[in-house]
Design a protein around this ligand. Sequence first.
Ligand code: ASP
Length: 316
Amino acid sequence: MTQPSQFTQRHLLGIQGLAPQEISALLDLSDQYVDKNRSADRKMNSLRGKTVINLFFENSTRTRTSFELAGKRLGADVINMQASASSVAKGETLIDTAMTLNAMHIDVLVVRHPDSGAVQLLSEKVNCAVINGGDGAHEHPTQALLDALTIRRRKGHLDGLMVAICGDVLHSRVARSNIHLLNTMGAQVRVVAPRTLLPAQADRLGVEVFHDMRQGLVGVDIVMMLRVQHERMRGNFIPSIREYFHFFGLDYEKLALAKPDALIMHPGPMNRGVEIDSDLADDVERSVIREQVEMGVAVRMACLDVLTANLARNKI
Ligand code: ASP
Protein backbone atom coordinates (compact mmCIF):
# COMPACT_ATOMS: atom_id res chain seq x y z
CA MET A 1 0.00 0.00 0.00
CA THR A 2 1.16 3.54 -0.68
CA GLN A 3 2.07 5.14 2.63
CA PRO A 4 0.91 8.75 2.95
CA SER A 5 3.68 11.18 3.88
CA GLN A 6 1.14 13.77 5.11
CA PHE A 7 0.27 11.94 8.34
CA THR A 8 3.23 12.11 10.69
CA GLN A 9 1.47 11.97 14.10
CA ARG A 10 2.67 9.48 16.67
CA HIS A 11 -0.78 8.80 18.13
CA LEU A 12 -4.38 9.12 16.99
CA LEU A 13 -6.08 10.66 20.00
CA GLY A 14 -8.72 12.75 18.31
CA ILE A 15 -9.83 14.50 15.15
CA GLN A 16 -9.62 17.97 16.67
CA GLY A 17 -6.44 19.61 15.48
CA LEU A 18 -5.87 17.35 12.45
CA ALA A 19 -5.31 19.18 9.18
CA PRO A 20 -7.49 18.48 6.11
CA GLN A 21 -4.55 16.87 4.30
CA GLU A 22 -3.92 14.53 7.27
CA ILE A 23 -7.55 13.41 7.22
CA SER A 24 -7.53 13.00 3.43
CA ALA A 25 -4.32 10.97 3.63
CA LEU A 26 -5.91 8.51 6.08
CA LEU A 27 -9.06 8.28 3.94
CA ASP A 28 -7.07 7.70 0.74
CA LEU A 29 -5.16 4.85 2.36
CA SER A 30 -8.39 3.43 3.82
CA ASP A 31 -9.88 3.42 0.31
CA GLN A 32 -7.07 1.12 -0.82
CA TYR A 33 -7.80 -1.21 2.11
CA VAL A 34 -11.52 -1.35 1.21
CA ASP A 35 -10.57 -2.73 -2.20
CA LYS A 36 -8.07 -5.15 -0.68
CA ASN A 37 -10.65 -6.40 1.86
CA ARG A 38 -13.09 -7.09 -0.96
CA SER A 39 -10.56 -9.23 -2.81
CA ALA A 40 -9.90 -12.91 -2.18
CA ASP A 41 -6.29 -12.10 -1.30
CA ARG A 42 -7.00 -10.01 1.78
CA LYS A 43 -4.43 -11.35 4.23
CA MET A 44 -1.21 -9.34 4.39
CA ASN A 45 1.94 -9.52 6.43
CA SER A 46 3.08 -5.91 6.56
CA LEU A 47 2.67 -5.85 10.36
CA ARG A 48 4.23 -9.26 10.99
CA GLY A 49 6.09 -9.22 14.30
CA LYS A 50 4.13 -6.19 15.56
CA THR A 51 1.87 -6.41 18.59
CA VAL A 52 -1.41 -4.59 18.97
CA ILE A 53 -3.26 -4.60 22.29
CA ASN A 54 -6.92 -3.66 22.54
CA LEU A 55 -7.39 -2.35 26.08
CA PHE A 56 -11.10 -1.81 26.64
CA PHE A 57 -12.52 -0.34 29.84
CA GLU A 58 -16.00 -0.13 28.30
CA ASN A 59 -18.13 -2.52 26.30
CA SER A 60 -17.72 -2.68 22.56
CA THR A 61 -18.72 -4.89 19.65
CA ARG A 62 -17.79 -3.07 16.44
CA THR A 63 -14.71 -1.11 17.49
CA ARG A 64 -12.94 -3.92 19.33
CA THR A 65 -13.70 -6.56 16.71
CA SER A 66 -12.74 -4.39 13.80
CA PHE A 67 -9.43 -3.36 15.38
CA GLU A 68 -8.77 -7.05 15.99
CA LEU A 69 -9.64 -7.97 12.43
CA ALA A 70 -7.67 -5.02 11.06
CA GLY A 71 -4.55 -6.03 12.99
CA LYS A 72 -4.86 -9.69 11.96
CA ARG A 73 -5.44 -8.85 8.30
CA LEU A 74 -2.15 -6.95 8.39
CA GLY A 75 -0.37 -9.88 10.02
CA ALA A 76 0.07 -8.40 13.52
CA ASP A 77 -0.36 -10.30 16.78
CA VAL A 78 -3.47 -8.91 18.44
CA ILE A 79 -4.36 -9.29 22.11
CA ASN A 80 -7.72 -8.25 23.53
CA MET A 81 -7.91 -7.11 27.12
CA GLN A 82 -11.22 -6.47 28.81
CA ALA A 83 -10.62 -4.32 31.90
CA SER A 84 -13.19 -6.25 33.93
CA ALA A 85 -11.11 -9.41 33.43
CA SER A 86 -7.72 -7.76 34.08
CA SER A 87 -5.85 -6.48 37.12
CA VAL A 88 -7.82 -3.26 36.83
CA ALA A 89 -10.56 -5.21 38.57
CA LYS A 90 -8.05 -5.76 41.41
CA GLY A 91 -7.46 -2.03 41.78
CA GLU A 92 -4.53 -1.42 39.43
CA THR A 93 -4.56 2.13 38.08
CA LEU A 94 -4.87 3.01 34.43
CA ILE A 95 -1.28 4.21 34.29
CA ASP A 96 0.13 1.12 36.03
CA THR A 97 -1.77 -1.08 33.58
CA ALA A 98 -0.42 0.90 30.66
CA MET A 99 3.14 0.82 32.01
CA THR A 100 2.90 -2.97 32.45
CA LEU A 101 1.81 -3.41 28.84
CA ASN A 102 4.42 -0.93 27.67
CA ALA A 103 7.18 -2.98 29.29
CA MET A 104 6.25 -5.85 26.96
CA HIS A 105 7.43 -3.84 23.92
CA ILE A 106 4.12 -3.55 22.22
CA ASP A 107 3.67 -1.40 19.13
CA VAL A 108 0.10 -0.13 19.32
CA LEU A 109 -2.29 0.26 22.22
CA VAL A 110 -5.95 0.83 21.32
CA VAL A 111 -7.74 2.18 24.36
CA ARG A 112 -11.39 2.75 25.18
CA HIS A 113 -12.16 4.42 28.49
CA PRO A 114 -15.26 5.96 30.11
CA ASP A 115 -13.39 9.15 31.13
CA SER A 116 -12.71 11.97 28.68
CA GLY A 117 -8.98 12.64 28.52
CA ALA A 118 -7.89 9.25 29.95
CA VAL A 119 -6.44 8.06 26.62
CA GLN A 120 -4.41 11.25 26.17
CA LEU A 121 -3.01 10.87 29.70
CA LEU A 122 -2.01 7.29 29.00
CA SER A 123 -0.36 8.22 25.70
CA GLU A 124 2.03 10.49 27.60
CA LYS A 125 3.36 7.53 29.63
CA VAL A 126 4.10 4.91 26.99
CA ASN A 127 6.54 4.39 24.11
CA CYS A 128 4.10 2.75 21.75
CA ALA A 129 1.55 4.41 19.48
CA VAL A 130 -1.85 4.96 21.08
CA ILE A 131 -5.19 5.01 19.30
CA ASN A 132 -8.25 6.40 21.02
CA GLY A 133 -11.04 3.84 20.69
CA GLY A 134 -13.45 6.25 22.41
CA ASP A 135 -12.95 8.27 25.62
CA GLY A 136 -16.06 9.28 27.55
CA ALA A 137 -18.07 11.89 25.67
CA HIS A 138 -14.90 13.36 24.19
CA GLU A 139 -13.69 11.76 20.92
CA HIS A 140 -13.94 8.60 18.84
CA PRO A 141 -11.64 9.42 15.93
CA THR A 142 -11.80 6.15 14.00
CA GLN A 143 -15.61 6.35 14.00
CA ALA A 144 -15.51 9.81 12.42
CA LEU A 145 -12.97 8.58 9.85
CA LEU A 146 -15.09 5.58 8.90
CA ASP A 147 -18.17 7.79 8.66
CA ALA A 148 -16.27 10.20 6.41
CA LEU A 149 -15.04 7.33 4.24
CA THR A 150 -18.60 6.01 3.88
CA ILE A 151 -19.87 9.44 2.87
CA ARG A 152 -16.97 10.19 0.53
CA ARG A 153 -17.34 6.90 -1.33
CA ARG A 154 -21.11 7.42 -1.75
CA LYS A 155 -21.16 11.15 -2.51
CA GLY A 156 -17.68 11.55 -4.03
CA HIS A 157 -16.70 14.40 -1.68
CA LEU A 158 -17.26 15.87 1.77
CA ASP A 159 -17.03 19.60 1.10
CA GLY A 160 -20.29 21.45 0.63
CA LEU A 161 -22.45 18.64 2.01
CA MET A 162 -25.09 19.39 4.62
CA VAL A 163 -25.00 16.86 7.46
CA ALA A 164 -27.56 16.64 10.29
CA ILE A 165 -26.32 14.93 13.46
CA CYS A 166 -29.39 14.02 15.47
CA GLY A 167 -30.17 12.85 18.99
CA ASP A 168 -28.10 12.49 22.13
CA VAL A 169 -25.32 14.92 21.19
CA LEU A 170 -24.57 15.68 24.84
CA HIS A 171 -23.15 12.23 25.60
CA SER A 172 -21.75 11.48 22.16
CA ARG A 173 -18.04 11.27 21.37
CA VAL A 174 -19.14 10.22 17.87
CA ALA A 175 -20.88 13.57 17.40
CA ARG A 176 -17.86 15.52 18.63
CA SER A 177 -15.35 13.75 16.37
CA ASN A 178 -17.70 14.01 13.40
CA ILE A 179 -18.28 17.72 13.97
CA HIS A 180 -14.52 18.36 13.99
CA LEU A 181 -13.93 16.25 10.91
CA LEU A 182 -16.82 17.56 8.84
CA ASN A 183 -16.04 21.19 9.68
CA THR A 184 -12.37 20.65 8.83
CA MET A 185 -13.30 19.11 5.48
CA GLY A 186 -15.69 21.89 4.50
CA ALA A 187 -19.08 20.27 5.15
CA GLN A 188 -21.86 22.14 6.94
CA VAL A 189 -23.08 20.56 10.16
CA ARG A 190 -26.45 20.85 11.88
CA VAL A 191 -27.16 19.32 15.26
CA VAL A 192 -30.74 18.37 15.99
CA ALA A 193 -31.62 17.53 19.59
CA PRO A 194 -33.87 18.35 22.53
CA ARG A 195 -32.35 21.05 24.77
CA THR A 196 -31.63 18.47 27.49
CA LEU A 197 -29.41 16.43 25.15
CA LEU A 198 -27.23 19.26 23.86
CA PRO A 199 -24.00 20.48 25.46
CA ALA A 200 -24.06 24.06 26.80
CA GLN A 201 -23.16 26.53 24.07
CA ALA A 202 -23.41 23.90 21.36
CA ASP A 203 -23.34 26.67 18.74
CA ARG A 204 -19.69 27.28 19.66
CA LEU A 205 -18.88 23.93 18.06
CA GLY A 206 -19.34 25.57 14.66
CA VAL A 207 -22.72 23.99 13.99
CA GLU A 208 -26.27 25.20 13.41
CA VAL A 209 -28.55 24.09 16.24
CA PHE A 210 -32.12 22.85 15.76
CA HIS A 211 -34.59 21.68 18.39
CA ASP A 212 -37.23 20.73 15.84
CA MET A 213 -36.24 17.70 13.78
CA ARG A 214 -38.67 18.59 10.99
CA GLN A 215 -36.82 21.87 10.47
CA GLY A 216 -33.36 20.44 11.01
CA LEU A 217 -33.71 17.78 8.32
CA VAL A 218 -34.86 20.08 5.51
CA GLY A 219 -32.54 19.72 2.51
CA VAL A 220 -29.78 17.70 4.20
CA ASP A 221 -27.54 15.23 2.32
CA ILE A 222 -26.78 13.03 5.33
CA VAL A 223 -28.83 12.13 8.40
CA MET A 224 -26.55 10.81 11.11
CA MET A 225 -28.50 9.34 14.02
CA LEU A 226 -27.04 8.91 17.50
CA ARG A 227 -27.87 6.34 20.13
CA VAL A 228 -29.64 7.53 23.27
CA GLN A 229 -26.85 6.72 25.76
CA HIS A 230 -28.84 5.64 28.80
CA GLU A 231 -25.72 4.35 30.56
CA ARG A 232 -24.22 7.88 30.72
CA MET A 233 -27.40 9.51 32.02
CA ARG A 234 -27.83 10.34 35.68
CA GLY A 235 -31.52 11.11 35.99
CA ASN A 236 -34.13 11.68 33.31
CA PHE A 237 -33.10 13.47 30.14
CA ILE A 238 -36.15 12.50 28.11
CA PRO A 239 -39.79 12.32 29.27
CA SER A 240 -40.52 8.92 27.68
CA ILE A 241 -39.26 6.72 24.86
CA ARG A 242 -42.59 7.12 23.03
CA GLU A 243 -42.38 10.88 23.11
CA TYR A 244 -38.69 10.85 22.13
CA PHE A 245 -39.40 8.71 19.09
CA HIS A 246 -42.33 10.92 18.12
CA PHE A 247 -40.25 14.10 18.12
CA PHE A 248 -36.68 12.94 17.51
CA GLY A 249 -36.85 9.40 16.11
CA LEU A 250 -36.08 9.04 12.41
CA ASP A 251 -38.97 7.62 10.41
CA TYR A 252 -39.98 7.77 6.73
CA GLU A 253 -42.13 10.83 7.28
CA LYS A 254 -39.34 12.95 8.77
CA LEU A 255 -36.79 11.59 6.31
CA ALA A 256 -38.96 12.88 3.43
CA LEU A 257 -37.86 16.40 4.42
CA ALA A 258 -34.21 15.64 3.64
CA LYS A 259 -32.86 15.51 0.07
CA PRO A 260 -34.37 12.61 -1.92
CA ASP A 261 -30.97 10.90 -2.05
CA ALA A 262 -30.07 11.60 1.58
CA LEU A 263 -28.21 8.77 3.30
CA ILE A 264 -28.96 7.47 6.79
CA MET A 265 -26.11 6.65 9.16
CA HIS A 266 -25.85 5.31 12.72
CA PRO A 267 -22.64 4.37 14.56
CA GLY A 268 -24.32 1.47 16.36
CA PRO A 269 -25.41 -0.06 18.59
CA MET A 270 -28.93 0.99 17.56
CA ASN A 271 -31.93 1.35 19.82
CA ARG A 272 -34.56 0.34 17.27
CA GLY A 273 -37.82 2.20 17.81
CA VAL A 274 -36.10 4.77 20.05
CA GLU A 275 -33.91 6.91 17.79
CA ILE A 276 -34.61 5.12 14.51
CA ASP A 277 -37.49 3.24 12.93
CA SER A 278 -36.53 -0.40 12.57
CA ASP A 279 -37.61 -0.79 8.89
CA LEU A 280 -35.78 2.37 7.92
CA ALA A 281 -32.58 1.18 9.59
CA ASP A 282 -32.68 -1.92 7.36
CA ASP A 283 -33.72 -0.11 4.17
CA VAL A 284 -30.72 -0.69 1.90
CA GLU A 285 -31.92 2.05 -0.48
CA ARG A 286 -31.35 4.68 2.21
CA SER A 287 -29.35 3.24 5.10
CA VAL A 288 -25.57 2.80 4.91
CA ILE A 289 -25.25 1.48 8.45
CA ARG A 290 -23.77 -1.87 7.38
CA GLU A 291 -21.40 -0.14 5.00
CA GLN A 292 -20.12 1.92 7.94
CA VAL A 293 -19.11 -1.32 9.66
CA GLU A 294 -17.24 -2.47 6.55
CA MET A 295 -15.44 0.89 6.28
CA GLY A 296 -14.47 0.56 9.94
CA VAL A 297 -12.12 -2.34 9.26
CA ALA A 298 -10.41 -0.50 6.37
CA VAL A 299 -9.99 2.71 8.37
CA ARG A 300 -8.49 0.82 11.30
CA MET A 301 -6.08 -1.00 8.99
CA ALA A 302 -4.97 2.37 7.61
CA CYS A 303 -4.48 3.77 11.12
CA LEU A 304 -2.47 0.74 12.32
CA ASP A 305 -0.40 0.81 9.13
CA VAL A 306 0.46 4.53 9.34
CA LEU A 307 1.12 4.65 13.07
CA THR A 308 3.41 1.61 13.11
CA ALA A 309 5.33 3.08 10.16
CA ASN A 310 5.64 6.44 11.95
CA LEU A 311 6.82 4.69 15.11
CA ALA A 312 9.48 2.74 13.20
CA ARG A 313 10.64 5.93 11.46
CA ASN A 314 10.96 7.78 14.77
CA LYS A 315 12.99 4.96 16.34
CA ILE A 316 15.65 5.16 13.61
N1 ASP B 1 -20.34 2.83 19.49
C1 ASP B 1 -20.29 4.26 19.62
C2 ASP B 1 -19.41 4.66 20.79
O1 ASP B 1 -18.77 3.82 21.37
C3 ASP B 1 -21.62 4.88 19.69
C4 ASP B 1 -22.49 4.46 20.84
O2 ASP B 1 -22.07 3.71 21.72
O3 ASP B 1 -23.62 4.93 20.85
O4 ASP B 1 -19.34 5.82 21.10
